[in-house]
Design a protein around this ligand. Structure first.
Ligand code: SF4
Length: 325
């Protein structure tokens, strides 16, 4: 039995939803799901305001990754047909950053498909970060895989505001998804990023065969990192990957995940990321009304997103644009 008044009171006060209450909210029926969505939206407006964080991604180095993440089309272990390329030169990264800025993005994440950066890649990434910071007003984020403490310090010194490294899923489920590195290595990278002075951006992928118990276990573990941002990705099964035959999550289940994560992490930015269009279909607007306060504008790393113009129109229609922007 859910005490809805207590859930609403806690959400508006900015208190993280207790895991035991989240367990009870997992089983709510569709009419009550809309009640949960309304509370999550009210909590988002109270603690984050109506503005929506708009981030663009650039796949600065694509494909050929030695890791074996079973959802990923950039792993060299799977035949996926992704066109690989080495790290782009800084001028190309800046060109894409300027384009993203003109489309309305305020944050720009430089991503490389690697286990972690070698010296050459780290230097290229730092040059790209410095160039984007000099020539645009974008806040620069980076996602370059597993870091050593010194890598993290160098990225922070170059001006990377936020470092993305997803835990991806619950610790207990992780070995069913990845075997070439451990959940603990991912966790440690997030700690190094924080210790170096960057904000931590860490979330995961839903729809890989995990159930609600693993999702809540994941939330409990993620809480110990206290991320500034949590990307919520939904599996978009990529042909050729081991998870390529998995069914898509149902749109309402995806909305349910977003609403619960909003209440579990009242202060974090919840960004709906990969798989948004394909999994949510016509419920994308509902996901934005379920507590998400960030989206990826434009394309993802290896798949296309909606046009920036369509997304910005949807946000205006929902009243979820920054009134000062
Ligand atoms: S480490 Fe990143 S790029 Fe490499 S296979 Fe895993 S998810 Fe893909």
């Amino acid at each position: 039995m859910v005490d809805w008044q207590a859930v609403e009171r806690g959400a508006l006060a900015g208190e993280p939803l207790p895991i035991a209450v989240a367990e009870a909210l997992v089983g709510v029926s569709p009419p009550d799901l809309l009640r949960l969505v309304a509370i999550a939206h009210a909590a988002r407006l109270r603690h984050h305001g109506p503005g929506t964080e708009l981030e663009a991604l650039i796949s600065a180095k694509t494909g050929g990754c030695p890791e074996d993440c079973r959802f990923c089309s950039q792993s060299m272990h799977f035949e996926t047909g992704v066109a690989a390329h080495p790290f782009l030169d800084p001028d190309e990264v800046v060109r894409r950053a300027l384009e993203a800025e003109a489309q309305g993005a305020r944050q720009f994440c430089i991503v490389a498909a690697v286990r972690g950066p070698n010296e050459r890649l780290l230097r290229s990434a730092i040059a790209a970060v410095e160039a984007v910071r000099t020539r645009t007003s974008l806040e620069v984020h980076a996602s370059l895989g597993i870091l050593a403490p010194d890598d993290a310090r160098r990225l922070a010194a170059a001006g990377v505001r936020r470092y993305n490294h997803n835990l991806e899923t619950a610790r207990s489920f992780f070995p069913r998804v990845v075997t070439t590195h451990t959940w603990e290595e991912r966790y440690r990278t997030c700690i190094y990023a924080r210790e170096a002075g960057m904000e931590v951006c860490s979330g995961g992928i839903f729809g890989m065969g995990e159930g609600w118990p693993e999702r809540l276990e994941f939330a409990e573990q993620l809480r110990t990192l206290d991320p500034a941002e949590i990307p919520i990705n939904f599996l978009d099964p990529r042909p050729g990957t081991p998870l390529g035959g998995r069914p898509l999550l149902e749109p309402l289940e995806a909305v349910h995940i977003i609403a619960l994560f909003r209440l579990l992490f009242p202060r974090a930015s919840i960004r709906v990321s990969g798989g948004r269009e394909r999994v949510l279909r016509d419920l994308q607007a509902l996901a934005l009304l379920a507590g998400a306060n960030g989206i990826v504008l434009g394309n993802y790393l290896t798949t296309r997103g909606r046009s920036a113009a369509d997304d910005l129109q949807m946000l205006r229609d929902l009243g979820l644009t920054d009134p000062d922007a």
